[in-house]
Design a protein around this ligand. Sequence first.
Ligand code: ADP
Ligand code: MG
Length: 674
Amino acid sequence: MLLRDISGIGEKTEKVFNRAGVYQAEDLLDYYPRYYDTFEEPVLVRDLESNLTQAVKGTIVRECTIRRVKNLVILDAYIRDSEGGAIKATWFNAPYLKNKLQVGSIFVFRGYVRPHKMALVMDQPKIFTESEYDALKGEMQPVYPLVRGLTNNQVIKATKDALTKLDRKEDIPLSVRQKYNLEDAKSAYYKIHFPANTKEFGIARKRVVFGEFFNFISKLHSLKSDNEKAINTHVITAGEEIDQLIENLPFKLTNAQLQTWEEIKNDISSEHVMNRLIQGDVGSGKTIVATLALIATALNGYQGAIMAPTEVLAKQHYESFLELLDDNNIELNVALLVGSMTAKEKRETYALIENGEADLIVGTHALIQEKVVYNNLGLVVTDEQHRFGVKQRETISEKGDNPHVMVMSATPIPRTLAIIMYGDLDISIINEMPSNRLSRANCVVDTSYRSNAYRFIEKQVNEGRQAYIICPTVEYSEAVEGENVVEYSQKLQKILPSSIKVECLHGRMKPAEKNEIMDRFARNEIQVLVSTTVVEVGVNVPNATVMMVENAERFGLAQLHQLRGRVGRGEHQSYCIFVDGSKDKNKNNRLEVLCKTNDGFKIANEDLASRGPGDFFGVRQSGEFEFRMGDILNDSDMLKLASDAFNELLDGKLPLTEEERRDLFDQNVSNINI
Ligand code: ADP
Ligand code: MG
């Protein structure tokens, strides 16, 4: 159904919804709240706490005043509660409220309370009559993620209408729902948006999460049955040259790397095709293992390809290939294929790939374009698998004639879960860090530490090093609090001496622009890179020694761990500075965990434990396994149940109707995305 068929959505609002990723009426059902607001009993002014959203009931005691500050119109109202406690409330650009807020009238005001000149003020509170507020009390109001121009009320209204006009298709067979106590899709989706209470929400959430996992597993199953035990038509033996190459490396491979390399060698020389997941924390050295396999593939006369999630990373892999081959006098041709190349460059590269002149191919999603025709593709590697969908891994291997498949991931999940999530793959784990690493020094600081941090960065740069500074947002927006890279980099350039070049990097830049910035950073032409989390995946600039994260409280621990994995990659001592920008200090002890351990696995677990009980949707973990609601760690019990249920269906222990069987087993795999 078109978005415009929803009442209240016209051409303009439709565009705003589009920016939030909602394109069709159906998308509204999946546009889940971030959390729910509950309307507590109003409190007295003297019981208000700063830096929280609260409600007070009070009388307007004076005529409201209106002042102008720059281009803002500010309305102040003076409120007194039943015991004489007074507070001022302030609204921006809403002078019309003056008519509503007549002297003597009584309202409930609910808003964010902050200290101001020895007193408290309430920012832009919502205004309710007593009876309006009573009606809301105890209810859970969904709070949606918003973009500029979109209000929470608009989303609520649109979602309500979508829920009445659309029926969510049932996607869990009846027998499964009965056995596992799951309600039907229609009511679950209603309650996800508008639960009457937390219990109802819990039941609905269980249903939705189970559904996500169940469908994922059934889709994975259809991949698995295709892959099972295919005959190895690209037998690869790693010979003398590879041993020599390992000898020549500037470091000694860790035991875990060697073990994994053995497993790979066995696979690719065996009777069956390899399908292997290489799991290892950031910095554990997965790339070199993949590189060995790829070079062995090419030396055996087959093509090898590696797909990376970003151009920056693809280029980096490409360059390290060239260097390694050159250092070892191995004559192989490496081709790079990324989206930002010109049409002509692409055509030339396609030709090299198709006629077999390219032995090794490094690229992004561009590698799975229709136009790319491989020539005897023997091994396909996907780096940072969690950034791709299962489908993309599948597409690239379909481009060859049963090539070996290797996927690499830094997602720290226990083996039992990995077996379900990557059901079609064997698993190698690199559970050891290279020993030459100097430890990273970590600290959590508040914003008052900034100037020290800048002086420290300056010192590091003077010693020849480089720094990353991460901000949560790209540019200023009223809707989202936090530092933004555009303004931050300008500000910082003024603070630091002009000999230090500061640049910014973010996802809205064109790929070519991003590449250029990253190249210059890699060459140390830029010393301080102010970036969003686009640098989080895989980037390797060993000379960078400082990772400073602004608004660290806004990130998940696992994500912060990924980010700090960008430093400590070389021979120099590295430093991570997590700047806690939150006003509520108690809440953020969780950041301290980063100082206590460097183990990605422990951190992921801690990430779960530190989420508050109201934090239903959890901290999004850098896009890994993007289920819309489920979290494979947090909901691991559910994941196992969904896997059990699916096996029971396969074994015929639970019945299926004809229609359910068709839906479950003849579905198109194109819409899976982990
Ligand atoms: P990740 O597993 O996060 O992809 P990389 O493969 O990028 O990590 O490796 C991180 C850095 O460690 C690279 O600079 C790489 O050259 C280096 N490295 C890899 N293996 C070792 C090792 N055994 N000893 C020392 N350094 C290593
Ligand atoms: Mg990597």
